[in-house]
Design a protein around this ligand. Structure first.
Ligand SMILES: Nc1ncnc2c1ncn2[C@@H]1O[C@H](COP(=O)(O)OP(=O)(O)O)[C@@H](O)[C@H]1O
Ligand SMILES: [Mg+2]
Length: 311
């Protein structure tokens, strides 16, 4: 749904994005992660046809951003990292303005506006002034605006920045809803953990270089060299547990800190990792409180990927 082919963007003598190649498939929620100044906004603006690349090209929804910009605009919704100020405008007027700009018929607009307001949970603010909304609501309104022409592809530039925890959760729920609707979403952030929850793929960019792109769980497993399971044993059982685990030929590594033991298992383990470890413990008479596979830690992934480059 999004293909970036050798995109480079140079501002005077600054290389903001360097030979970027990337594919995002239909239905993917792609997390575009990188510190400030990494080149995220530049890349997104190129995809949104607002900026021309110095070299290379990109395809969005099957259309070339250089030669088919109008088609790209039709299938794509872009939410910038800052929203403008719209004085003296009601919420519905604001949406009507954009719907009209997308040439949606006047008689259809009422329904479209109702739909996007319902989706973004702003129906009760339909007649409120835009300026009176909280930051989280403004952010959702901005997303509503991005949705009026029912785009297949969404480009969201740091939509969660500056939101309080509650607004952040609401935004996350909304994004999950959009994912269910089958939209392909590119969402950027400089806060890594913000994206772990709802992205299935990520790309990490730093100083214009894409360091890594791919499946989020795969990346984590690859960097860790396996699947990780954490065991909390009962007092007095730590050593017994460690020996039992080390005695199993499938177990790759065992680390013990007090009563917490982390076990690494092969990436291609066919069984459920939790069940596999539980069986070993039970078979060896180890008493324990919990066994759980460790979740993806985006922060970890990011640190390891960037460390690899620096060294
Ligand atoms: N219009 C511009 N002119 C010159 N330099 C720019 C311009 N826009 C962005 N840059 C520079 O390009 C680099 C990438 O910026 P940007 O794409 O905004 O990164 P991000 O969105 O990841 O924070 C930064 O060093 C930034 O200062
Ligand atoms: Mg930016």
């Amino acid at each position: 749904m999004i293909e970036i082919h050798g995109v480079t963007k140079i501002y005077k003598d600054l290389v903001a994005v360097k030979d970027l190649n990337l594919t995002i498939n239909e239905g993917d929620i792609f997390g575009f992660i990188g510190p400030n100044g990494a080149g995220k906004t530049t890349t997104i603006k190129i995809l949104a046809t607002l900026l021309k690349p110095t070299q290379g090209y990109a395809m969005v929804g099957g259309y070339n951003v250089l030669t088919q910009a109008d088609d790209v605009k039709r299938v794509m919704g872009y939410m910038p990292d800052n929203f403008g100020v719209y004085d003296d405008m009601k919420v519905w007027e604001y949406l009507d303005f954009f719907a009209a700009a997308y040439k949606i018929d006047r008689n259809k607009r009422v329904q479209v506006i109702d739909d996007v307001l319902a989706l973004t949970d702003l129906t009760h603010k339909k007649d409120a002034m835009v300026d009176s909304l909280s930051r989280g609501m403004k952010q959702r309104l901005c997303l509503a605006k991005t949705l009026v022409h029912d785009p297949q592809v969404l480009l969201l530039d740091e939509p969660a920045s500056g939101l309080d925890p509650r607004a952040r959760i609401e935004l996350r729920e909304l994004l999950k809803e959009l994912r269910k609707m089958g939209k392909t979403i590119l969402i950027s952030s400089h806060i890594l953990t913000e994206l772990a929850d709802f992205c299935n793929t990520i790309g990490i960019i730093e100083q214009g270089n894409l360091l890594y792109a791919g499946d989020i769980t795969e990346i984590t497993h690859k960097l860790r060299g396996g699947k990780m399971v954490e065991v909390k044993v009962r007092d007095g059982f730590a050593q017994q547990a460690e020996e039992a685990l080390l005695g199993n030929s499938t177990v790759q590594e065992v680390n013990r800190e007090g009563n917490i033991i982390t076990v690494s298992l092969p990436i291609d383990l066919a069984e459920d990792p939790d069940a596999f470890i539980t069986d070993i413990l039970v078979d060896n008479g180890v008493k324990f409180n919990s066994v759980r596979e460790l979740e993806v830690d985006l922060e970890d992934v990011f640190m390891q990927v960037t460390k690899g480059i620096v060294q």
